[in-house]
Ligand binder design. Sequence first.
Ligand code: MN
Length: 226
Amino acid sequence: MDSPTQARRLFVGDLHGCLPELDALLAKFAFRPGIDRLFSVGDVVGKGPDVPGTLRRLKELGAHAVLGNHDFALLQAARQMQAGRKPKHADYPASLGEERDEWIAYLSAWPFYLELPDIILTHAGLEPGKSHPAAMDPRILMQIRTWDGSGQDLNRDGDPPWFECIHPGKIIVFGHWAKRGLIDLPGFKGLDTGCVYGGKLTGWCPEENIFLQVEAARAYAPVHYN
Ligand SMILES: [Mn+2]
């Protein structure tokens, strides 16, 4: 029997500010702060109802996270605005509220990937043809869905999914592909099930090998898979 205090890990899909659903997922898992560990696949910001509240919860729980393309876009927008330019996602830094500087510092510390003894965590996926994520293009780690052989077009109908082009020795946990939905293959766990679009928030626990899901309370954003 497992000891009741054995640590479990919970990997959670793209949050996009969906704090009520994150809290519901943590409750469903019976997450124990200080014992269990929480990991986010990134895309915590953008589109959704409570971005600062979601960041607050991750920070309170000591969560580990990797940068998603929207988190990266926020950091880029903040830098561009500081330089007096008008970025594409000018609304993203404003969505952080009064603790804007705290959240920019928090997000700035997130890596493009995390490597654990048994798992690699990345927002979108890995770059085929390279052996280790340290050697991979961060744009690809944050954006890949399909592989065209060169990394130019990362999302093209007819090209194979990146996870059919790579045979890593560890389980890859990722998000970013809400249109495709839950991916449960032996070496690949894709957790973006479109919560912010009115889908579900998905978590995966490797210790119990279970997926947990909660329904979105509502659709917070029109479906726009970017
Ligand atoms: Mn994404």
